[in-house]
Ligand binder design. Structure first.
Ligand code: NAG
Ligand code: NAG
Ligand code: NAG
Ligand code: NAG
Ligand code: NAG
Ligand code: NAG
Ligand code: CU
Length: 619
C-alpha cells in the first residue's frame, strides 16, 4: 500500500530518440528506478546502482524498488534511454565503499545500519516479494549492512548474483575500497556507526584491512586515520605503480606497502608531505573534494600523479577552486598547485575521458555534504557549469552547462561511446522547497530553520505536491570530440576476453572507420561521494597500425594497471574516439604477436598467430 505516492510527483525525463547531434547535455529518457548513490559500470553499458532505503525522512519506500535498493540499468547511449531492473539486496549497502574486482565483479564493502532495527525476516515480504510499507520506526526491512563485504557477480543483461555472506570484524560506514595489483582489496577507515558530527563519542574506526586478510590480522590501526577523526571518511586512496597504496586523510598523506607486515610500529607506512596550508577545510567529507590519477603514459614510464580538486574553504562555506597534485612514488614527493578550476565546487566528479582530458561535473558552490533526503541537505548554489581539464596543456576550459542539479549523493560515469552520464542528488525538490538556489546563511540555520519554507515539501507531509527529493533522471554529456569527424571502429572482442600483462597484442580495425592514431585504455569505474578508486587512464605506445590492425603492449603489471575490465578506445587523428571494447586485464603468461615492419608484411603469419592468440586469451 503506497497510495500516498500517487499524489507526489517523481521528476520524469523528457523524450529523446536519436544519437545526440551536437556537443552538450541531454536528459535521457526513463528513470533510474533506484536512486543512484552508488554507481558501478558493467560491460555493455549497464550501470549497477544502489540507493538509500527510503523510509526516512520520507515515511514510505521508493515506489520503484520497494526498498530492495539495487538495480541494473541498461543504458542506450545512442537512443538516449535507460531501463532499470531491480536486483535486490538483503543487507543495507547504502554508505558502502566499492571497487571493481579482478574478474569484473563489484565489491561493495560496509554500509548502513541506521533505521534497521530488526533482523532480516523473509516472512514480512508479500506474495510478490515486496516488503511492507515503512513503519514509524523507520525500518528499512534490510539487515544492517555496515559489517558486510559483498560481492556482485554480473550475469547477462540485468542478471547477477549477490554474495553478502562475508562479515568484517568491525563496522565501516563511508570506507574507501581499492582493488590492488593482485585483485585483493585494501579497505580503509569508515566509522563504526553513522557519523553524526554532533556526537563523536563512539564512532571512530581508525583502521584499515586487507581482504583476504594479510599477516594473520583482521585489521590494522593507522595513525593518520586516527588523527584525522572525524575527518577520516572516504579517504583518498589509489594503487601505485611501486606496488604501494597511496592514502590521504584530511591533509595528511602516506604510502602503505601491502607486502610489509606493519608490526607494532607501522613499518609499512611512509608518511609524505601534508597538503600545503591554504584557506581550505579538511580535504575530505563533509567538505568533499574529488581525486583522480593523472593520465599515465607508457612513453614516460607510467608515472602516477594523484590530483585532488575542490571541496570548501575553511573560513567560509564557499566551495574551493583549488587543485593540488603529487607523485607519491617519487622519493622527494611534494604537493604542487595546479591552475584553479574555473568553477569552485564541493562534491565534484572528475571523469577521465578517452582523449586524456578530464571532465568536471556535479557539485555545489556553497555548504557541505551530508544530510537526509529532502529538506535537510546542507548545500546550496548548484554548479551547472562543466569544466574540462587538459593535463598535457595544464589548462582548463569551460564547456556546455548541465540542466540537472547534482548535489549530495551524485555520480558521473564514462560510457563505452565516449559520452558521460551523471546521476543522483537527494534534493530534486530544491527549488520548490527553498524558493531559489542562492538561499544561504549560517549553516546551522540553513539546516534547521524551516520558517518560510514550502510546507508541502516537508517530508512529513505525504499529501504534499512537491517533487520527491530523489533525482532519478540521468543526464548525458556528449563532448565536442564526438563531433570532430568520423569515428574509428574496433572489431568486437568477445566479453570476458583476458589480456595478459606485458603482452604485445593485436586488435582488428574496421577499415570503414576513421584511421586510428592512438590507442587509450581506461579502467571501468565505480563511484560514490566523489570517490572513485577505479578509473585510470593509460596510453600505450602504438607499435604498429594500419587500416585493419593495431599492435600495442598491455601495461606490465597490476600495480600500473589493476586487474579488471578496461575500455580499449581507438582515436582518430582528430581525437575522435571509437566505441570502446571491454577486456579484462589479468595475470598469466605474457604472449606476444609479431610487430609488422611494413603495412601488409607478415600478413599470413600474423593472421594465423592472431587466431591462435585469441583462442588462448578467450580461455
Ligand atoms: C592540517 O589539518 C589540521 C586539522 O584540520 C590543521 O590543524 C593543520 O593546520 C593542517 N595543516 C596544514 C599544513 O594545513
Ligand atoms: C579553520 O577554521 C577554524 C575555525 O573557523 C580555525 O579554528 C582553524 O584554525 C582553521 N584552520 C586552518 C588550517 O586555517
Ligand atoms: C502540507 O502541505 C500543505 C500545502 O500543500 C500545507 O497546507 C499543510 O500545512 C502541510 N502540512 C504539514 C503537516 O506540514
Ligand atoms: C510549494 O510547492 C508546490 C509544489 O511545487 C507549489 O505548487 C507551490 O506553489 C509552492 N508553494 C509556495 C508557497 O512556494
Ligand atoms: C615485458 O616484456 C618485455 C619484452 O617483451 C621484457 O623486456 C620485459 O622484461 C617485460 N617486463 C615484465 C615486467 O615482465
Ligand atoms: C595491415 O597490417 C597487417 C599486418 O601486417 C596485414 O595483415 C594487413 O593486411 C594490413 N592491412 C592492409 C589494409 O594493408
Ligand atoms: Cu552519503
Amino acid at each position: 500500500m503506497q497510495l500516498p505516492l500517487l499524489a507526489v510527483a517523481i521528476a520524469t525525463a523528457s523524450t529523446v530518440s536519436a544519437a545526440a547531434s551536437a556537443p552538450g547535455w541531454r536528459i535521457m529518457n526513463g528513470i533510474t528506478g533506484s536512486f543512484c548513490v552508488h554507481n558501478a559500470l558493467l560491460p555493455g553499458n549497464r550501470l549497477m546502482c544502489i540507493e538509500r532505503p527510503h523510509t526516512h525522512p520520507y515515511p514510505y519506500l521508493n515506489p520503484n524498488t520497494n526498498g530492495r535498493t539495487s538495480v541494473i540499468i541498461q543504458i542506450d547511449p545512442d537512443a538516449g534511454t535507460i531501463d532499470p531492473k531491480v536486483n535486490a539486496l538483503s543487507y543495507n549497502a547504502f554508505c558502502a565503499g566499492h571497487s571493481q574486482g579482478a574478474n569484473g565483479e563489484i565489491w561493495v564493502v560496509g554500509g548502513d545500519r541506521q533505521f534497521s532495527t530488526t533482523s532480516f525476516d523473509a516472512s514480512i515480504y508479500d506474495a510478490n516479494g515486496n516488503p511492507p510499507t515503512g513503519d514509524p520506526a523507520g525500518n528499512t526491512f534490510l539487515n544492517p549492512g555496515i559489517d558486510r563485504i559483498r560481492k556482485f557477480t554480473p550475469g547477462d543483461g540485468a542478471a547477477g548474483t549477490w554474495d553478502e555472506s562475508v562479515q568484517m570484524s568491525s563496522g565501516r560506514w563511508y570506507p574507501t575500497v581499492v582493488t590492488m595489483y593482485d585483485g585483493d582489496l585494501f579497505i580503509a577507515s569508515g566509522s563504526l556507526k553513522n557519523l553524526v558530527f554532533e556526537d563523536l563519542t563512539v564512532t571512530n574506526n581508525p583502521t584499515y584491512e586487507f581482504y583476504p586478510q594479510r599477516f594473520g590480522k583482521a585489521e590494522f590501526t593507522n595513525e593518520i586515520i586516527r588523527w584525522a577523526f572525524p575527518h577520516n571518511l572516504y579517504p583518498v586512496a589509489f594503487q601505485l605503480p611501486s606496488g604501494k597504496i597511496f592514502m590521504m586523510v584530511s591533509n595528511r598523506t602516506a604510502t602503505i606497502d601491502p607486502t610489509i607486515d606493519p608490526g607494532n610500529n607501522e613499518a609499512n607506512v611512509n608518511e609524505l608531505r601534508n597538503v600545503p596550508a591554504i584557506d581550505h577545510a579538511p580535504w575530505i567529507y563533509p567538505h568533499t573534494p574529488t581525486s583522480f590519477l593523472m593520465p599515465m603514459y607508457e612513453k614516460t614510464g607510467y608515472v602516477a600523479e594523484v590530483v585532488i580538486c575542490g571541496g570548501s574553504k575553511n573560513t567560509t562555506f564557499m566551495a574551493s577552486s583549488d587543485c593540488f597534485s603529487i607523485q607519491p612514488d617519487n622519493p622527494l614527493a611534494d604537493w604542487k598547485a595546479l591552475p584553479n578550476m574555473p568553477n569552485a565546487r564541493l562534491m565534484p566528479e572528475a571523469t577521465l575521458l578517452p582523449d586524456g582530458t578530464v571532465l568536471f561535473t556535479n557539485g555545489m558552490g556553497w555548504g557541505q555534504a551530508g544530510g537526509d533526503a529532502g529538506q535537510t541537505q546542507y548545500a546550496a548554489r548548484p554548479v551547472f557549469a562543466t569544466d574540462l581539464y587538459d593535463p598535457v596543456a595544464n589548462k582548463w576550459s569551460t564547456v556546455e552547462s548541465a540542466k540537472i542539479m547534482r548535489s549530495y549523493h551524485n555520480g558521473a560515469v564514462l560510457l563505452s561511446d565516449g559520452s558521460v552520464i551523471t546521476t543522483g542528488n537527494e534534493m530534486a525538490n530544491y527549488l520548490e522547497f527553498w524558493g531559489n538556489y542562492d538561499a544561504i546563511g549560517p549553516l546551522a540555520s540553513f539546516v534547521n530553520d524551516q520558517n518560510g519554507k514550502n510546507a508541502s515539501c516537508f517530508p512529513s507531509n505525504i499529501t504534499g505536491v512537491c517533487t520527491l527529493p530523489w533525482e532519478m533522471r540521468v543526464e548525458q554529456y556528449s563532448p565536442q570530440y564526438l563531433f570532430n569527424g568520423p569515428r574509428p571502429v574496433l572489431a568486437s572482442i568477445s566479453s570476458g576476453t583476458k589480456f595478459t600483462y606485458n603482452s604485445t597484442v593485436g586488435i582488428s580495425l574496421d577499415p570503414k572507420g576513421a584511421p586510428v592514431t592512438r590507442i587509450t585504455l581506461i579502467r571501468y569505474t565505480t563511484t560514490t561521494h566523489s570517490t572513485n578508486t577505479d578509473q585510470r587512464f593509460i596510453e600505450p605506445v602504438l607499435l604498429f597500425v594500419n587500416s585493419t590492425y593495431a599492435v600495442f603492449r598491455i601495461p606490465p603489471n597490476g600495480k600500473i594497471a589493476p586487474p579488471g575490465n578496461w575500455h580499449i578506445f581507438g582515436l582518430s587523428k582528430d581525437g575522435v574516439p571509437s566505441v570502446s571494447q571491454a577486456v579484462l586485464f589479468g595475470s598469466g603468461p605474457a604472449t606476444s604477436v609479431p610487430i609488422p615492419t611494413t603495412s601488409g608484411a607478415l600478413e599470413k603469419s600474423v593472421a594465423l598467430f592472431m587466431a591462435v592468440l585469441v583462442a588462448t586469451l578467450a580461455l
